[in-house]
Ligand binder design. Structure first.
Ligand SMILES: C[S@@+](CC[C@H](N)C(=O)[O-])C[C@H]1O[C@@H](n2cnc3c(N)ncnc32)[C@H](O)[C@@H]1O
Length: 321
C-alpha cells in the first residue's frame, strides 16, 4: 500500500546507515543538532533520542509534505524542535549568517521513499505519472518543462554528466524529435522514447534502461549538486569547534563533491604543490572520522535494497586554539 503523507506511519522511510550515523555524530544531551534532510524524520528521531530530553533539533526539508512528518515527530521528540522549509544550501547559509551554531549536522541526500513511492510526484520510471520530479512542489521548474524546453545539447550534457548515460546524444535527439510532434506530459512517454533511442542489446544491460536519464533529469530539476556545493561550506561555518558533519550520498557525483570538500578542508593549505613553504597560512578546518566511506552491511542491503548505493562520510570540525 502507498504511504499516505497525511497519515504518516512508522514504516514510511527506513533510515539508512542509522547506527553508523549515530556513531559518527556522537550526539550528547544539551547539543544542537541539524537534520538538513528531514524527510520522514527517521534519522531525526534517533538523533533526538540521543539528546535525552535536553537540546535542540533543527529540521530542514524543501518538500512541503515533510511538515506532516515533522508534526508527528515533534509530538514525540521530547526536545525543542523546529522545521525550516527550503533548500538546505540556502537555509544553512542563512542560519550560519545569523550566528546559529550546531554540534552535529546530517545531510542524507537524494529523494526519500515517500517521494519515490508516490506516483504523482513523477520520480519513478516504473509507474506512469505526470512528469514532475520536484522535491519542492512550489518550485517552477518541473521535469515536464525541462524535457520539452531545454535545448537538445543541454539534454545531452545532463544525461552524460548527471546520468553517465552512454547513449546521451541519441536519447536527447529522440526527445527533440518526439516533442516537435507532441509535448511530453508523462513519465511513461519519456520511458518509451528512451527505450526506442538506445540499441536493443543495451536495453537489457545494467538495470532499467530509463534509470540513468531519470536520475539526470531529477538532479537537474532539483539542482541537487549546486545545493550540495552551497551547503557544505555553510554547514562547516555553522559547526562549533569539535562539531561533527555526516553526509550520506547515493551516487558517485554527490560522493565526489563531499570527498573533495572534506579533503580540501582537511588539508587547509591552498598553496600550489611546488611551493617550498606554505605562504597561505590556511590551517586544516576538518578531520575525517574514517578515511574510506562507510557502506551498508549485507544485512542492511537485504532488509532495505535502497540502501545499497549509500556512502557515509563524516568529519569533525577542528578545535580552535
Ligand atoms: C533521503 S531523504 C531523507 C530521509 C530522512 N533521513 C529520514 O530518515 O526520514 C532526503 C530528504 O531530503 C530532502 N532534500 C533533498 N535535497 C534537499 C535540499 N537541497 N534542500 C532541502 N531538502 C532536501 C528531500 O526532500 C527528502 O525529503
Amino acid at each position: 500500500m502507498l504511504p499516505n503523507v497525511l497519515q504518516p506511519s512508522a514504516t514510511d522511510h527506513v533510515p539508512v546507515l542509522a547506527e553508523e550515523v549515530r556513531e559518527s555524530l556522537g550526539v550528547r544531551p544539551g547539543q544542537t543538532v541539524v537534520d538538513a534532510t528531514f524527510g520522514a524524520g527517521g534519522h531525526a528521531a534517533l538523533l533526538a533520542a540521543d539528546l535525552h530530553g535536553s537540546g535542540k533539533l533543527i529540521a530542514i526539508d524543501r518538500d512541503p509534505s515533510a511538515r506532516a512528518y515533522f508534526d508527528r515527530f515533534e509530538k514525540r521528540a521530547g526536545v525543542q524542535a523546529r522545521l525550516l522549509r527550503g533548500d538546505f544550501g540556502v537555509v544553512l547559509e542563512q542560519l550560519a549568517d545569523n550566528g546559529v551554531r550546531a554540534d552535529a549536522i546530517l545531510l542524507d541526500l537524494g529523494v526519500s521513499s515517500m517521494q519515490l513511492d508516490r506516483p504523482e510526484r513523477g520520480f519513478s520510471y516504473s509507474v506512469d505519472a505526470p512528469l514532475d520530479m520536484r522535491m519542492d512542489t512550489t518550485q517552477e521548474l518541473t521535469a515536464r518543462e525541462l524535457v520539452n524546453e531545454w535545448p537538445e545539447r543541454d539534454l545531452t550534457m545532463i544525461f552524460r554528466r548527471y546520468g553517465e548515460e552512454r547513449y546521451a546524444k541519441q536519447i536527447a535527439r529522440a526527445i527533440a524529435r518526439r516533442r516537435k510532434e507532441q509535448p511530453f506530459e508523462r513519465t511513461g512517454e519519456l520511458v518509451d522514447t528512451i527505450k526506442c533511442a538506445i540499441p536493443a542489446p543495451a536495453r537489457f544491460g545494467e538495470g532499467h534502461p530509463a534509470k540513468r536519464v531519470f536520475q539526470a533529469v531529477r538532479i537537474a530539476v532539483n539542482d541537487e549538486l549546486g545545493s550540495l556545493e552551497a551547503a557544505l561550506p555553510a554547514a562547516l561555518e555553522m559547526l562549533r569547534p569539535g562539531g561533527r558533519l555526516a553526509v550520506i550520498a547515493f551516487h558517485s557525483l554527490e560522493d565526489r563533491i563531499v570527498k573533495q570538500f572534506l579533503r580540501d578542508k582537511e588539508r587547509g593549505c591552498t598553496c600550489p604543490p611546488d611551493f617550498p613553504v606554505c605562504v597561505c597560512g590556511n590551517e586544516p578546518e576538518l578531520r575525517a572520522i574514517e578515511r574510506r566511506p562507510i557502506k551498508p552491511s549485507e544485512t542492511e542491503i537485504a532488509a532495505n535494497p535502497r540502501s545499497a548505493s549509500a556512502r557515509l562520510r563524516a568529519a569533525v570540525k577542528a578545535e580552535t586554539d
